[in-house]
Ligand binder design. Structure first.
Ligand SMILES: [Zn+2]
Length: 198
């Protein structure tokens, strides 16, 4: 018997999540409908709430519920230094390692010509505006050590080098292909302390 249309719709919707194929989507849909309707309500409500409240910080482009995120509004951070990362997950990894006390800029991705992601699809213009405002003196390009991440770093280097006193990149002692998100604090600490001027 074919699935009722709403079950099919739920499965299709769940498949939009990264890493979820038809089988897992089906398992999740059946689980929510049969075993955990309360959980399903909770998920629905959490998604609705996040969608209506979460936007981007005006300064660093990270997710934020207010115009300025807690890091950008903190008086305890060094405002002259800017660490540019690809994703909010990379920022979290650096914060959790407790190795850095400056500001951030979150690109929300990396350049990827094959996926039609060019500078216009990332928040490059916002980054340039922030740097041109003059408070930032030094940038750390902390893009991932993947091909796309490094190409994004090269691109940013060309853009920022003439505008700042110092632009550094994370040490390449890191495993190539490494994504910051999955690195332990020790490796991240090493990458930050051994970062190179370019
Ligand atoms: Zn911010």
């Amino acid at each position: 018997m074919a699935d009722p249309r709403s079950v099919e719709g739920l499965k299709q919707a769940l498949q939009r999540l990264p890493g979820v194929g038809p089988k897992s989507a089906q398992r999740m849909a059946f689980h929510l409908l049969e075993r955990d309707r309360e959980g399903a309500h909770q998920i629905g409500e959490a998604i609705r709430q996040a969608l209506s409240r979460v936007n981007h910080c005006n300064r660093c482009n990270n997710f934020s519920e207010s115009a300025l995120c807690p890091i950008c509004s903190s008086s305890k951070r060094e405002s002259g230094i800017l660490c540019v990362v690809e994703t909010p997950a990379d920022l979290e990894a650096i914060e959790q390692a407790g190795i850095y006390h400056g500001m951030y800029f979150v690109l929300m991705g990396h350049l990827s010509p094959l996926d039609n992601i060019g500078p216009d699809q990332l928040a490059i213009e916002q980054l340039i505006k922030l740097v041109d405002a003059g408070e930032v003196k030094e940038a750390i390009l902390a893009t991932n050590l993947t091909l796309e991440g490094q190409a994004t770093g090269d691109f940013l280097l060309d853009l920022l080098q003439s505008k700042l006193i110092s632009v550094t990149r994370l040490a390449r002692g890191l495993p190539m292909g490494g994504e910051l998100e999955y690195m332990d604090s020790g490796t991240l600490h090493q990458a930050f302390s051994d970062r190179r001027s370019v």
